[in-house]
Design a protein around this ligand. Structure first.
Ligand code: GLU
Length: 412
């Protein structure tokens, strides 16, 4: 029987606990979320009916700083998924050593079925429902799947109506409204830094390396653009409607233009159509799942041709697939490091809000590079000392940092 999302995350964590020989007294504490909120969000729809939605905010751990993590709008959002994503945020912020804990939230909704005005009402009402639990020094939401800077602007505004001007209550805001330069591209850029470092450790370069990217939302499309600009060869990309491939490399700026004109990458001239499932097992060097979780499973892991998997999505690899990859020598760059660029620049945004000062894009990108590379050095040391996988090393690093903070604060 395959595991659910929380069981998978807890399995990875337990491997790290074992590696660290962590005292059993910490285990339940580190596995259990500190607070789980489930809310009803009722809004008036454009046709006069009432739409009822269920939303969540789960705060996993705040020993290292305020709870931090995104809000996603998706029909699959449920307690299990949000719980595992909240936990991943605790370990992600610890891996890159930004002073935050971990949280996640979301609404079970298909946002493509709502008008923009309905989406705005939903977002504002959701903030009303969770306002008492969030705040610039307590819990700071951000964009995630199907949420963006415009949604963050409504949320910042709604919260500020109640508590006064509070730009630091959410990150990922529009640059024109207290957002940070470089935040939009940050997760994709962080993924690029991660694979650049891993390749460099093996004496390899991005130039000429073949990439297949599943998902062409914020993370996937930024990653594709940046990799293309660095000389990497993007041989396949996909979105919810399907995918396209070209072994000689796709012209990403032209794919972007096609996407803008038609709403999908599908139908791009100069490429062969490919399904999302085919993309995962196509001929490439680096596979980049940048969409949903749990896409790499025991059913397709044997057929993956890539040598590296960059987890741009959260939780894309099932436990069974992880074991198959390890046996086959396929290296997974774990989500809690590989996609941590977003929350890292969220931290920079939050500090800019606190300082009431704007950083240049160059400074943001330089600092992001430094945080990602510092994390990589620590992961590498852990891998060498403990002879473990990159994922276990990243979790072990994170757990040791969270445990340290927990110890220092005490439970009194
Ligand atoms: N949703 C993003 C993530 O999963 C960003 C979270 C944040 O910036 O707080 O890492």
């Amino acid at each position: 029987m395959s595991m659910n999302a929380t069981e998978t995350t807890n399995h990875y964590l337990t491997q790290a606990f074992d590696l660290l020989e962590l005292s059993p007294r910490y285990k339940t504490l580190l596995l259990t979320p500190s607070r789980e909120l489930r809310v009803e969000i009722a809004i008036e729809l454009d046709d006069g009916n009432i739409g009822n939605f269920i939303g969540y905010r789960i705060q996993h751990d705040n020993s290292r700083g305020p709870y931090k993590g995104g809000l996603r709008y998706h029909p699959d959002v449920d307690l299990d998924e949000v719980r595992s994503l909240a936990s991943l945020m605790t370990w992600k912020t610890a891996v890159v050593n930004v002073p935050f804990g971990g949280a996640k939230g979301g609404i079970q909704v298909d946002p493509t079925k709502l008008s923009r005005r309905e989406l705005e009402r939903l977002s504002r009402r959701f903030i009303d429902q969770i306002a008492e639990l969030i705040g610039p020094d307590t819990d700071i939401p951000a964009p995630d799947m199907n949420t963006n800077a415009a949604v963050m602007a409504w949320m910042f505004d709604q919260y500020s109506k109640r508590y006064g001007f509070s730009p630091g209550v959410v990150t990922g805001k529009p640059v024109e409204l207290h957002g940070s330069l470089g935040r939009d591209a940050a997760t994709g850029r962080g993924c690029l830094i991660a694979i650049r470092e891993v390749l460099a450790a093996e004496g390899k370069k991005l130039t000429g390396t073949r990439f297949a990217i599943q998902g062409f939302g914020n993370v996937g499309s930024w990653f594709a653009r940046l990799i293309h600009a660095e000389g990497g060869r993007v041989v396949a990309v996909s979105d919810v409607k399907g995918g396209i491939s070209n072994p000689d490399g796709l012209d990403i700026p032209r794919v972007m233009a096609h996407l803008k004109a038609t709403g999908s990458v599908v139908g791009f001239a100069g490429a062969t159509p490919i399904s999302n499932e085919e993309l995962l097992t196509c001929a490439c060097d680096v596979l980049v799942p940048a969409a949903l979780g749990h896409v790499l499973t025991r059913d397709n892991a044997e057929k993956v041709q890539a040598k590296w998997v960059v987890e741009a999505a959260n939780g894309p690899t099932s436990m069974e697939a992880d074991q198959i990859f390890e046996r086959r020598g396929i290296v997974c760059l774990p989500d809690i490091w590989a996609n941590a660029g977003g929350v890292t620049v969220s931290y920079f945004e939050w500090t800019q809000n606190t300082q009431k000062f704007r950083w240049s894009e160059e400074q943001v990108n330089r600092e992001l590079d430094k945080y990602m590379v510092d994390a990589w050095r620590s992961i590498q040391t852990m891998m060498k000392e403990r002879r473990c996988s990159m994922r276990t090393a990243a979790f072990a690093l994170a757990v040791s940092r969270v445990k340290e903070a927990t110890d220092l604060r005490g439970l009194g």
